[in-house]
Design a protein around this ligand. Structure first.
Ligand code: PLP
Length: 260
């Protein structure tokens, strides 16, 4: 059966990140894609110029419309913008209990524009961590969730992954791209296991939407695999190919997107 994947996230008018990246990824990985919009961004490859959050009650209306009619096998959570939107999303997830929820803890765009209100980090931690099957923080996002310094070694990454499990997450994919070495190591941490994934870093400036694309791939693929280890391995391999193909694109004048 074809997997049904839902993204609850923001729109990127430039098409490289957000729901546009998610829906392209769902299609590329054989899933049927659906979207609940949380915010519009006016955005291109050079940055975000404006953000227009969706009213929380309209987020709820979209969630109810989708779940009341359509089977949802996995959900990806991306840009959630504000604490009241997080509250609406948490209430929706608690109501419909989808089998797999991937939480991409989006906070700040690469260009520096905030995608999450500064008072909303605690809402992510308290309301969404317990409802998520897997969270995918990069190192600054993990540090923000834990209110600690950004990890600078793989040992610190692993320890922070375990601290997030102790704080209520069920599984954590700690993304080590910010360590900046020749490899880009990720650690998948659960209460019972630690798995390291690494590939040589791919030289491209077109990395816009990489995090969105990985979390969407995880949501599209989890219903097609038996566990997170296999899902992460397949999603990472596919993202590597998307990064290798990124230089075929000639999109915009800034940091271009990966090739979905
Ligand atoms: N815009 C939206 C709507 C997003 O959801 C995200 C990332 O999650 C971004 C922009 C940021 O993309 P990047 O940091 O890869 O430029």
């Amino acid at each position: 059966m074809i997997a049904h994947a839902l993204t609850i996230a923001g729109s990127d008018s430039g098409g490289g990140a957000g729901i546009q990246a998610d829906l392209k990824t769902f299609s590329a990985l054989g899933a049927y894609g659906m979207s609940v919009l949380t915010a519009l961004t006016a955005q291109n490859t050079t940055g975000v110029s404006a953000v227009h959050p969706v009213p929380p009650e309209f987020v709820t209306a979209q969630i109810d419309a989708v779940f009341s009619d359509i089977r949802v096998d996995a959900v990806k959570l991306g840009m959630l913008a504000t604490a009241p939107i997080i509250e609406a999303v948490a209430a929706g997830l608690a109501r419909y209990e989808p089998a797999h929820v991937v939480l991409d803890t989006v906070m700040i765009a690469k260009g520096g524009h905030p995608l999450l209100a500064s008072d909303a980090v605690s809402a992510i931690r308290e309301r969404l961590l317990p409802l998520s099957s897997l969270i995918t923080p990069n190192l600054p996002e993990a540090a923000a969730l834990l209110e600690c310094d950004v990890a600078t070694t793989e040992d610190e990454m692993r320890n922070q992954g375990h601290a997030l499990i102790a704080g209520g997450a069920r599984a954590v994919l700690m993304k080590g791209g910010h360590l900046g070495g020749a490899e880009s190591p990720d650690w998948l941490i659960t209460a019972q296991s630690e798995t390291r994934f690494a590939n040589p870093r791919i030289a491209t400036r077109n990395t816009h939407g990489t995090g969105c694309t990985l979390s969407a791939a995880l949501a599209a693929l989890r219903p097609q695999h038996d566990n997170w280890e296999d899902t992460v391995a397949t999603a990472r391999a596919w993202l590597q190919a998307a990064l290798k193909a990124a230089d075929q694109l000639d999109v915009g004048h800034g940091i271009g997107p990966v090739h979905h």
